[in-house]
Each structure stands twice: as structure tokens, then as C-alpha cells.
Write a protein that binds this ligand. Structure first.
Ligand code: FRU
Length: 471
């Protein structure tokens, strides 16, 4: 099925598959000049079903080339979410020192076992590629990690770290409502290390898609970040991603944090994780999420395909010791999309085009911004006291699910809004406060493009960029 990427609501500068169903991003790894993006994919329908790994690559995180499906279901089950690493030292023996393997570590979901009422239907398997991710072979000894009798046992995120001077592979795994850590020398044999499930965390749903990685604080300490997606139980309903900042010693994760923190207060950033093997000369922690929510993902009003990714984001820490927070800002490569840039002032701005990036500075305590059109469709972003509000109740098509038309709220706490960056694509809005200290990502399905933006409480000089399509 060929797509021209011109269907109604088709994202113009976000990744979406040509056709059919997508959910979580999987196996993101950088190798030999290419950013790989795999994703949960069902090639036979626009609703969720037997999972495969779809595949796309990019050299700049902005433009994507779609490749054939990388992993298909086999007799052990469907291919659920997971990660990929470069096994540079060939510890697995699946490649050679000269041609080290890319290794994908994913969950097998056995639908037969699940239907039969067994508890052990999710296990972990691996596959490897010796040709830059173009073709994949499943490991003969799968599964590499068997199920101890727990229904939810999935989404392995593997990374390499030094433990007492030795390289170790560490796997973070979502196990019902906790994260379990496993370690390995060779990616083939895994040893249980510990669990993490502090009493104060969010437990409104099942834990999914963890990620564990170090970042440096503004004052130069190394801290470990644990991402944990949860569904349902998010701050604005349904799916969302919480995070914990602490320390990891190769065996256990510990933290002084005792309150929930959320990566994104919009409704539509789920199951996001980071790229592995980014060169140290770059040094960024690069993240991408699934821009949807299990509340309505299967019924959003698109034909041909369903779902897109969020914009790629760079993660960093902000705050003051001992209270650290995670910022996610759009990657700098996105500036390439700017086709023309304009200084704007005044209360009413006409939008000549559909794909828009806005840079704004508030000057008043409270502010308000409304994108709208003459058909009465509108989306409102407002700061009222210490709450940021994103209202999509009248944004366009909303009644395909009762939970979609909603006013999403984010608590600003002590945060002073210095600047906003807003990306509007055909069917999404992404709001970044202070370079990502607070983020809201929401889907929108306007039937007509928004032609004006009303501004209240902002400086006289703001910036508007029209963006180009990547397709
Ligand atoms: C998260 C998730 C994962 C699972 C995958 C199945 O959205 O439920 O836990 O591996 O989707 O498609």
C-alpha cells in the first residue's frame, strides 16, 4: 500500500508508518551513521494485533526512510517491545570482532499460552543482525529469559555499564508493577539482581517499557534516571510515563525521591525510551515516545495508518541538589525544518500555513494562547495561577471516544515560565516550557487547519516559523 502522506490528519514532520497500526518505539540504536527506529507494528490492520517490529532509519532524526519489517512472530509468540544494542566486543558470539552484531532483545508474547489461561506467556528473546540492521536472525536458544510465573513480564531495555571494572549488560524489565534488574556477560544468560517498586510511586496500572541510564547534573554529579511507563494511571488519564532519579550500582537502584514525577503532562506521550550507542562525541540522551494513549489509540479518526511518534527529544537534568527533574527538549536537528521565520507581535496572528513552530515569552503572570479557525475549532493553552492548561475539548473531531475531549492540567509548582516553544503538526501539539522543564504533548484532529492564533500576556516580540513536510 503506497501512501502519499496527504491523508486527512497525516502528520507532516513526525514519523508515522505508511500504512497500518503502530504503537511503542522499540530497539532504538545508533550505528554507522544511522539512527534506527523499530516499532510495535501490525502490518495487516489499523488496530492492534499480532505484533511485529516495523523499521525505519534516519541520518538526522528528522527525515525517515522506511524499511521492511524487521521481526515477525514465530512459534514462541508475537514480538512485543524491547531494545537493541551494538555488541561491540562480540560478547554474545553472534557476530565476529570485525563485524560485531546488533542485538535486539524483545518480549515474546505467546497468545496460545495467554488464551489457555497460563501465567507464563511472556518471555525474553533475542535476534541479531550482521548487515546494519537490514536483516535479522532469531537466536536458536530462545527464550534467553524464561518466565517465573508472572503474567506481565516484558519490555527488556538493555544497556552496557562498568561494574567493578568489568563490562556488564544490564536489563531493566517491567514485571507487573515493579521493575526487575538482570545482568549478563554475554546477552545470552541472565541473572536476577533486584527489584524496584517504592511505596510512593504511581501504581494506577501495569508498569511497562522501563529505561535506565545515567545523566550528569548541572553541578557535575552522575545520577541515574529510571523511566517507567504506566497504563492506566497517568496524571491526565490513561497512559503516561513516570520517572525516578537516583543511583544504580550495577545491582540495585536506590533513590531519595519520594514523590511521583511525570515526563510529560499531555495525554499522548507513552512508552518512550532512549537510543543506545550514541557516540560519546555527541553525548546526548535521545528519546522518542509513542504519540498516543491506550484510552483511544485504536479508535483515533485516521484511515490507512494509526499512530505517530513524538518529536525526538534530548533528555537532561535540571533543578538543585537533591531535587532533580528531567527536562526533554526538541532535538536541535528539528531546526532544519524551518522554511521561513517571522517576528510577530500583537494579539492576533494569522497563520498562513499549517505546520508551525512558535517561540514565545510571557510577560504577565498568566497568559493564554488560542489556535483557532472560522469553523469554531480551537485549542487553548493557558497558564492560570500555578497550573498549565491544555484544552482540546473543541479542537476538532473529539467524539470518537468519551475520554478524548478533555482539559489537561500540569502543576507548575515553583516553576517560572520563561519561554515556550510550541510545535503544531496536522494532528498534534507539543508544548515545551523553559527548554523542556515541563512538557505537554497532545493529539488533535481538527477538520480544518487553524488559521489564527490569539495571544494574551506575551511579550511584543515573538517568533513564528513555518515548517516543511518531511514526506
Ligand atoms: C506498551 C505495551 C508494552 C508491550 C507492547 C505490546 O504500550 O503494552 O508493554 O510490549 O505495548 O504491543
Amino acid at each position: 500500500s503506497e501512501s502519499n502522506y496527504q491523508e486527512p490528519h497525516r502528520p507532516q514532520y513526525h514519523f508515522s508508518p505508511k500504512a497500518n497500526w503502530m504503537n511503542d518505539p522499540n530497539g532504538m540504536v545508533y550505528f554507522d551513521g544511522e539512527y534506527h527506529l523499530f516499532y510495535q507494528y501490525y502490518p495487516d490492520s489499523t488496530v492492534w494485533g499480532p505484533m511485529h517490529w516495523g523499521h525505519a532509519i534516519s541520518t538526522d532524526l528528522v527525515h525517515w526512510e522506511q524499511l521492511p519489517v524487521a521481526l515477525e512472530p514465530d512459534e514462541l509468540g508475537w514480538i512485543f517491545s524491547g531494545s537493541a544494542v551494538l555488541d561491540a566486543e562480540n560478547t554474545s558470539g553472534l557476530g565476529t570482532k570485525d563485524n560485531p552484531p546488533l542485538v535486539a532483545i524483545y518480549t515474546y508474547h505467546d497468545p496460545v499460552g495467554a488464551d489457555a489461561g497460563r501465567d507464563d506467556f511472556q518471555t525474553q528473546g533475542i535476534a541479531f543482525s550482521l548487515d546494519k540492521g537490514r536483516t535479522w536472525e532469531k537466536y536458536k536458544g530462545n527464550p534467553v529469559l524464561d518466565n517465573p510465573g508472572i503474567q506481565d513480564f516484558r519490555d527488556p531495555k538493555v544497556s552496557k555499564m562498568q561494574v567493578s571494572g568489568q563490562d556488564k549488560w544490564i536489563m531493566s524489565l517491567a514485571v507487573k508493577d515493579k521493575i526487575s534488574f538482570y545482568s549478563s556477560d554475554d546477552l545470552l544468560q541472565w541473572e536476577y539482581e533486584s527489584d524496584f517498586n517504592p511505596p510512593w510511586a504511581a501504581y494506577g496500572g501495569v508498569w511497562e517499557c522501563p529505561d535506565l541510564f545515567p545523566l550528569t547534573t548541572p553541578d557535575g554529579q552522575e545520577k541515574w534516571v529510571l523511566l517507567v511507563s504506566i497504563n492506566p494511571g497517568g496524571p491526565n488519564g490513561g497512559s503516561a510515563t513516570q520517572y525516578v532519579i537516583g543511583d544504580f550500582d550495577g545491582q540495585t537502584f536506590s533513590t531519595d525521591q519520594n514523590e511521583i514525577q511525570w515526563l510529560d503532562y499531555g495525554a499522548d506521550n507513552y512508552a518512550g525510551v532512549t537510543w543506545s550507542n550514541i557516540p560519546t562525541s555527541d553525548g546526548r540522551k535521545l528519546f522518542i515516545g509513542w504519540m498516543s494513549n491506550w484510552l483511544y489509540a485504536n479508535v483515533v479518526p485516521t484511515d490507512v495508518w494509526r499512530s505517530a511518534t513524538t518529536l525526538p527529544r534530548e533528555l537532561s537534568l535540571w533543578g538543585k541538589s537533591p531535587e532533580w527533574h528531567l527536562a526533554s527538549r526538541p532535538v536541535k536537528e528539528l531546526q532544519k525544518l524551518r522554511k521561513s521565520s517571522h517576528d510577530i507581535s500583537g494579539d492576533t496572528i494569522s497563520l498562513e500555513e499549517e505546520l508551525v513552530e512558535l517561540e514565545l515569552s510571557p510577560v504577565e503572570e498568566d497568559f493564554r494562547l488560542v489556535f483557532h479557525n472560522s469553523e469554531g475549532e480551537q485549542v487553548i493553552l493557558a497558564k492560570e495561577d500555578d497550573t498549565l492548561l491544555l484544552d482540546r475539548t473543541q479542537s476538532g473531531l473529539v467524539d470518537f471516544n468519551e475520554r478524548f475531549p478533555a482539559r489537561h492540567q500540569a502543576p507548575l509548582g515553583e516553576l517560572t515560565v520563561q519561554n515556550l516553544r510550541i510545535y503544531l503538526d496536522r494532528s498534534s501539539i507539543e508544548v515545551f516550557i523553559n527548554d523542556g522543564e515541563l512538557v505537554m504533548t497532545d493529539l488533535l484532529f481538527p477538520e480544518h487547519r487553524y488559521t489564527q492564533v490569539e495571544l494574551k500576556g506575551f511579550a511584543d516580540e515573538n517568533r513564528l516559523h513555518y515548517l516543511q513536510s518531511i514526506w
